[in-house]
Write a protein that binds this ligand. Sequence first.
Ligand code: ZN
Ligand code: ZN
Length: 434
Amino acid sequence: MGMSKILTTSIFTVGLATVLHVSSYDEPVILTAMAQSGQDEPMVSPVKSRERETYYPNSEDLAPDEMRVIACGTGMPTQRMAQAAACFLVELGNGDKFLFDIGSGSAERISALEIPYTYLDKIFIGHLHADHFGSLGDMFIGGAIMGRQTSLKVWGPSGPIPELGTAHAIEGMKQMYTWDLAGRVGMIDWRGFELEVNEFDHLGENAVIYEDNGVTIRSFPAIHATDGAVSFSLEWNGLKFVYGSDTYPNKWFLEYAKDADIVIHECFIAVPDLVRKMKFTPEQALVVGTQIHTAPEAFGKVMTEVNPRMAVAYHFFKDYDTTAEVHDRIRSTYDGPLSLAEDFMVWNVTKDDIKVRMAVVEEATWAPPLTGPAELPGENDRQNFADATGVPVENQTNSDFIAEGRWSDVDDVLRDVYKEASEVIGREFPYPAD
Ligand SMILES: [Zn+2]
Ligand SMILES: [Zn+2]
């Protein structure tokens, strides 16, 4: 641990969803408290602001040598308000940002961080379970509407056959959104509606799948429901982040995650709670909880072997009555630094320190700032879309039959809206019907 730490034993407060997870005593805080005890002056000002043990998005610079990881989904394949499914954002001091998995519900969490969507255009998918890429469509469509001015770039594994690979899944998703896209093309800035797929070999062992701007991302096989699941490592500036996605404990993870700075590995709900809370039969709970996924006891053994500066357990419902079971079972096999992840947990990682906090976010967010000027739709957008999808240009807008059903009595008030905009902005906006 860092120079400012006097104790490396981790302390955890479990069972309280919003409590800060302190990873060690902080020496300056203790020394200050000791120095101040016995003095007449109050130990804390009644009027001055103090440093908060909370991360408020967009209120802190990222240092040039700093990595910030934010949990945007830590839950399960089943939906709940409290936790979205798997998604971790990695932000680097060089300006790069990467999303690892984009599970169901995670796009809402991402929106709460109010990061411009152009900066969120790189997504790495570990496997094609819905709880690991179910929000990809939201990022694709919603992200473009909210100002992404670049194509969305997706990296994901091949499968043992093409039908089980990422390219096939994304092609199917694009087809699913044919109507959605056909009705938008020609109306808005189209740059964000492009989708780029980078499918890589799921059997690659520590294979480089991304290298740019000092960042190297590698993949290695994971053992999950069927072949085609992978784990990732990201190395930058002497820091190493590892993300397991879903996997049974495996030899590749032990080797390629070894001694990394922050290591995220799935840790499933303890078997008794799978029976009690998830209503699994004991047979099903044992198979799913220990054979398909990683049981807490096994997670602990993995981390003892990997020896990270911070181990992160996710993929369990973290409640007042389930967290202790997960924690105690991990602690039966691992006594190093540990975070039991929940949505909006934040790790600030530098060579000297790993600070763990919870973010407090806005819920009613709007579009974040644009990264460049918006562009009008391109003249050829509709024809290009027709060529790519087979949807004729005339079917990308309402037919005469439907258009003639428009109620003309609102025409006058809508013309006024155009007039008002033209006057206020000082530019002529012609009314569409004219
Ligand atoms: Zn899975
Ligand atoms: Zn999963």
